[in-house]
Design a protein around this ligand. Structure first.
Ligand code: CU
Length: 683
C-alpha cells in the first residue's frame, strides 16, 4: 500500500484516501521551503498536513483549532470563529487569502479575516509559525495563508451536501472547465443553521442575560445564513505567461453572536485578486482589492424593546476596503536562492455607531493605513546545513480623517489623552530573521532561528471612539500607541524512526510595546476601556507524533502549551490574558483506502493563569470525543458521517468570552453532541 511507504508518512493528520477535490491540505511550512524546493520539497511532505473534508465544515477557524493543538478558536457564536496561534491573536498574526490582505469591517471582530473565505473554496492552508515571514508586512508572530482552488484541465463538477443537528445545512456546487490555454472554475456555497445546543441542552441564544438576552421570539432565530459565490480563471496565453484572476462574493446574513451584545444583520464581501506570472523571468505581479460592509444591531435582543420605532437601541455600520499589490522576483546568485520583492497596500476603515440617543459618528474615523515595503530572503544548503535569512524594510502611515471625526472622537481623545493628540503617525522599521537547520540524516533534523518583527497598531487600537450613556465606561483608542516589536527565538526538531515520526518546537517571544487592553480615567468623570503598550513575553511549544501501527491502523498525537507574562506597566496580576491552556489531541484511525474510521480525543487543561486585572476567569478542563467514518468510491462519490462531542459534554474553551476590564463577558459554550453527514458526487 502506498500509505505504508515512508515517503507517505508525512504529518498528515488524515492520510489522503480520496480524490484531491476533497482535501484541505494543511501545511505547516518551513521558511525556506519555497526557496529551496528541490532540496526541501521532498521532505516537506513531512510537514504537509492533510485534512479530508470530513468535518462538519462550518468554518475554517474551527477546523484549524480542531486539528492543531497550537491553534485555538475564539467562540463568538455558531460560525466565524477567529483564531489564536500559539497565544497570539488579532493583528499579531497575519491572516491572508491567496496572499491578499483582507480585514474585517466589524469593530468587534465578528468577521475576522479567516471568515472571509468559505470552506469549499479552500485548497490549502499554509501556516508559518514564528517571526520568519518577510514577504508580508506585520507578520509579528505568524502567517496563515488560505489558498483557494485553481481551475484544472477538463470538464467536471462536484456537488457537496452536509446536514447536521440544529438544522445545519450546507450545500455547494462547483463546475470546472479547462483547456491548455484557458481554465475556469465557478462555485456556489450556501450555509444555514439554527442556534446549536450546548451539552446541557440549552441553545446558545439562552446564555446572554438581562438586556443582552435574546427576545423570547428570537431564541430560535437563524444562527447564520451565508451565501458565497466564486469564480476563478487561469489564462496561459503562452507557455511563459500566466494570468490568474479570482473573484469572490460572500453575504452572511442573520449571524448571531451571543458572545457580544449585538448580532450581524449582514456582512457583505467582495474580493478580487489578479496574479500575473512571467515564468522565464521568475517574476510575479499581484494586485488585489476587497471590500466589506457590515451592519450589526441589537434588534433581536431585549435591549431594543424600548426602541421599536427604529428597531434597535444600538447599531454599528462599518465598511472596510483594502487594495494593494506585490511584485516579486526569484533569482539565483552564486548558488544562493533569493526571493525579493516590493509590496504595498492601503487599508481603509470607517464605522459609525448609534447608541440610544448618542450619535457615535466616526467610531472608526475613516482611518487609512498605507504601507510600502521591500524585502529579500535567501536560502542556501551547505552540506548538511541549511541557512536562511530575510530582511525587510517598511514605511507605514496610519491616519485618521479629521473631517470624519464626530463629537465622540474629539471629546474622548481630549478627555483621556492629551489635547495635542495626533491623528497621523508614520512608522519606519527594519525586520528580519535568520534560521539554521542541521540535517543529521536525510529526514532527521534540528533547527534554530531568531527573528525580529514589528506590527503597527490597527485603526481601532489608535482611533476608536465610542461614547456610552450614563455610567457605562467609554471605549477609546490610544492615538499615542507605539508599534509592537517582537524578538523571538524558535528551535525544533524532526525525527523519524521506521514508521513513526515526531516533530516539535519551542519558542520564546520577547515583546516590546505589546498592545494590551486597559482601563483609564485620567481625571475624566468616568473610566474608559482603552489600549496601552506593555512589555511582555510569551513562550511555549508544541509536539506532534504519528505512527503506523499496522497496514491500516495509525495513531496521531499532538500537544501544545503556551504561557504569557507581563513585564512592565502597572499590574496586580502578571499573567497575560487570552492565553490558551495545554491542549492535546489523540487520534486512532483505520483506513483501507476506501473505508475509514477515526476516533479522536481532545483534551484541554484547566486554565488558571488568568489576568485578574481584566476580570479574566479560570476555565475548567475538558475532554471531548469525536468519531467519524466514511466510504469513498474513488473519483466518483463519498459519504461521511460523524459525531462531534459524542458524550454531549458541556464545556467552554478558554477563549469563549470577551475580555473587558469592567465586566466578565458572556461565556459561549461549545456545541453539544453534533451529528452530521456529508455526501459528495463528482460528475
Ligand atoms: Cu459587528
Amino acid at each position: 500500500m502506498k500509505r505504508l511507504s515512508v515517503a507517505a508518512l508525512a504529518f498528515p493528520l488524515l492520510f489522503s484516501f480520496s480524490s484531491a477535490q476533497e482535501i484541505i491540505k494543511l501545511k505547516k511550512v518551513k521558511v525556506y521551503e519555497e526557496l529551496l524546493p528541490e532540496e526541501i520539497v521532498g521532505e516537506s511532505k513531512e510537514v504537509t498536513e492533510e485534512e479530508i473534508k470530513t468535518t462538519r465544515q462550518i468554518d475554517i477557524g474551527e477546523i484549524l483549532s480542531n486539528i492543531f493543538p497550537e491553534i485555538n478558536h475564539i467562540r463568538k457564536g455558531g460560525t466565524a470563529n477567529d483564531i489564536v496561534l500559539r497565544g497570539f491573536g488579532r493583528e499579531n498574526i497575519n491572516v491572508l487569502i491567496d496572499g491578499m490582505r483582507i480585514y474585517g469591517a466589524c469593530p468587534n471582530r465578528m468577521d475576522p479575516p479567516i471568515f472571509h473565505m468559505s470552506t469549499p473554496q479552500v485548497k490549502e492552508v499554509y501556516i508559518l509559525e514564528g517571526p520568519f515571514d518577510v514577504s508580508n508586512q506585520g507578520s509579528l508572530a505568524g502567517l496563515v495563508n488560505l489558498i483557494s482552488k485553481d481551475p484544472e484541465k477538463g470538464f467536471f463538477g462536484t456537488v457537496g451536501l452536509t446536514g447536521g443537528f440544529f438544522d445545519y445545512l450546507s450545500g455547494n456546487l462547483q463546475f470546472n472547465y479547462g483547456t491548455d490555454r484557458i481554465k475556469f472554475l465557478i462555485g456556489y456555497n450556501k450555509q444555514f443553521s439554527h442556534p446549536y445546543k450546548s451539552g446541557e441542552g440549552k441553545k446558545i441564544t439562552e446564555y446572554p442575560k438581562g438586556l443582552s438576552a435574546y427576545k423570547p421570539s428570537e431564541i430560535n432565530h437563524t444562527a447564520f445564513n451565508i451565501d458565497s459565490a466564486w469564480l476563478s480563471a487561469v489564462f496561459n496565453l503562452t507557455e511563459e505567461h500566466e494570468i490568474k484572476i479570482r473573484y469572490g462574493f460572500d453575504e452572511a446574513k442573520d449571524v448571531l453572536y451571543p458572545y457580544l451584545k449585538m448580532d450581524a444583520v449582514y456582512d457583505r464581501t467582495h474580493r478580487i485578486n489578479v496574479k500575473y506570472l512571467l515564468k522565464p523571468f521568475n517574476v510575479s505581479v499581484n494586485g488585489y482589492w476587497n471590500f466589506v460592509k457590515h451592519d450589526m444591531q441589537d434588534r433581536w435582543r431585549v435591549s431594543s424593546n424600548m426602541w421599536s420605532f427604529r428597531g434597535y437601541m444600538m447599531r454599528t455600520l462599518a465598511k472596510t476596503e483594502t487594495y494593494g499589490g506585490k511584485i516579486e522576483k526569484k533569482l539565483n546568485i552564486y548558488g544562493i536562492r533569493f526571493k525579493s520583492g516590493i509590496s504595498g497596500y492601503v487599508r481603509n476603515w470607517k464605522a459609525n455607531n448609534k447608541l440610544m440617543n448618542l450619535d457615535n459618528k466616526g467610531m472608526i474615523p475613516d482611518v487609512d493605513i498605507k504601507n510600502i515595503g521591500i524585502y529579500i530572503q535567501g536560502a542556501k544548503k551547505v552540506g548538511k546545513n541549511t541557512i536562511s535569512a530575510g530582511i525587510r524594510y517598511d514605511n507605514t502611515k496610519s491616519e485618521a480623517n479629521k473631517n470624519y471625526l464626530g463629537t465622540a472622537n474629539k471629546n474622548l481623545y481630549n478627555l483621556y489623552y492629551d489635547s495635542n493628540y495626533s491623528l497621523s503617525k508614520t512608522d519606519s522599521y527594519i525586520t528580519g530573521n535568520i534560521l539554521f537547520r542541521y540535517n543529521f540524516s536525510k529526514r532527521n533534523s534540528i533547527y534554530m532561528g531568531f527573528g525580529h518583527t514589528v506590527r503597527v497598531p490597527d485603526p481601532e487600537e489608535r482611533y476608536i471612539a465610542l461614547a456610552k450613556p450614563m455610567t457605562k465606561p467609554n471605549w477609546v483608542g490610544n492615538p499615542n500607541l507605539k508599534k509592537v516589536k517582537n524578538n523571538e527565538f524558535d528551535a525544533g526538531f524532526e525525527y523519524y524512526w521506521d514508521l513513526f515520526g515526531v516533530k516539535g518546537n519551542i519558542f520564546y517571544s520577547d515583546l516590546t510595546d505589546y498592545i494590551y487592553l486597559t482601563k483609564i480615567q485620567n481625571g475624566a468623570p468616568k473610566p474608559a476601556l482603552s489600549y496601552q503598550n506593555i512589555d511582555a513575553h510569551i513562550y511555549g511549544g508544541d509536539i506532534n507524533a504519528v505512527g503506523m501501527l499496522t497496514d491500516t491502523v495509525s495513531i496521531e498525537f499532538g500537544a501544545a502549551y503556551q504561557r504569557g507574562k507581563k513585564d512592565s506597566g502597572k499590574y496586580k496580576d502578571s499573567d497575560l490574558a487570552e492565553i490558551p491552556p495545554l491542549k492535546t489531541r489523540l487520534a486512532l484511525k483505520y483506513d483501507n483506502g476506501s473505508l475509514y474510521i477515526i476516533a479522536e480525543e481532545i483534551y484541554a487543561a484547566r486554565q488558571s493563569n488568568v489576568d485578574a486585572d481584566l476580570n479574566e476567569q479560570p476555565t475548567k478542563s475538558y475532554f471531548v470525543t469525536n468519531i467519524k467514518a466514511g466510504y469513498t468510491i474513488k473519483n466518483r462519490a463519498s459519504i461521511n458521517i460523524g459525531i462531534d462531542n459524542l458524550f454531549d459534554k458541556n464545556y467552554y474553551t478558554h477563549l469563549s468570552y470577551l475580555r473587558d476590564p469592567f465586566r466578565a463577558g458572556i461565556k459561549v459554550p461549545e456545541p453539544g453532541r453534533f451529528f452530521y453527514m456529508n455526501v459528495r458526487f463528482m460528475f
